[in-house]
Design a protein around this ligand. Structure first.
Ligand code: NDP
Length: 253
């Protein structure tokens, strides 16, 4: 059996109806895991599940809002009943709001925090209680280069992603003794729906290409190796880390 083999494991990937989450789900399936897909739009989720099943992947779908405590608890209870309690959790669901702080309401702020940060705590808490009972597990939180770098007009997003870095370390601090490894991936500018308006903005596109040492946007599949590594036994002595995959952006001025 390969160190990266996930046969017999169940992974829940939040926000996997599209974008990076779907890419993570495909990688984990290809490594042998059963993947529970998630999103809020039930129709889109069902379509993704059907497309991936048609590709021969072992997938199921659980539509719920990751920022809703009762919904998260209910979803994990249903996964228990279906025999799909996760051994691997990828906290990926997120939203971005581009608005200057002077125009930001408290409700805007809270929505971004709830979806991007509190959600990882809520899903992490449910997953970890079950992983502890099972003897261990893997939690992979999706941060961003903005876990480390700020930029105007995205304050709550940046604060939430900075929080992901410290939530990851807190999870490692509390659960390492229960054989749970919690790590984060910090993607750079990747080509997904979330960044489509930025890709379409000639000025922003040229800024990304100029500021990224690699000179280009990242492709979602370039994150697949990292998620399989962090989900597998190959990373059993890696804990509390954030791995930036950003073409060098956070390393080079
Ligand atoms: P997309 O906008 O392409 O996809 C977002 C996904 O999250 C969708 O599946 C969406 O579901 C789901 N989602 C949103 N809100 C919720 C919610 N409340 N509950 C459950 N699911 C939800 O985003 P990306 O794929 O680009 O981003 C994925 C993650 O990667 C995010 O955390 C993002 O911050 C992070 N990231 C992205 C980067 C990039 O350049 N793209 C760079 C760095 C980090 P639905 O289809 O139902 O709306």
């Amino acid at each position: 059996m390969s160190t990266f083999d996930l046969t017999g494991k169940t992974a829940l990937v939040t926000g996997s109806s599209r974008g990076l989450g779907r890419t993570f789900a495909e990688a984990l399936c290809a490594a042998g895991a059963h993947v529970v897909l998630n999103g809020v739009n039930a129709d889109r989720l069902a379509q993704t599940r059907d497309e991936m099943a048609a590709q021969g992947y072992a997938v199921s779908a659980a539509a719920f809002d990751v920022s809703d405590e009762a919904a998260v608890r209910g979803a994990f209870d249903r996964l228990d009943a279906q025999g799909h309690s996760p051994d691997i959790l990828v906290n990926n669901a997120g939203i971005q709001l581009r608005r200057p702080m002077l125009e930001l309401s408290a409700a805007d702020w809270q929505r971004v925090m709830d979806t991007n940060l509190t959600s990882a705590f809520l899903c992490g808490r449910e997953a970890a209680s079950r992983m502890i009972a099972k003897g261990g597990g893997k939690i992979i939180n999706i941060g961003s280069l903005m876990s480390d770098l700020a930029r105007a007009t995205v304050a709550p997003y940046t604060v939430a992603k900075g929080g992901i870095k410290m939530l990851t370390r807190s999870m490692a601090a509390e659960w390492a003794g229960s054989n749970i490894q919690a790590n984060a991936i910090g993607p750079g500018y990747m080509m997904t729906d979330m960044t489509q308006p930025l890709q379409d903005d000639v000025k922003f596109d040229s800024w990304v290409r100029g500021r990224t040492p690699a000179g280009r946007w990242g492709r979602p599949e370039e994150l697949q190796g990292a998620v399989v590594f962090l989900a597998s036994a190959a990373s059993d002595f890696v804990n509390g880390q954030i791995l930036y995959i950003d073409g060098g952006m956070t390393a080079v001025l």
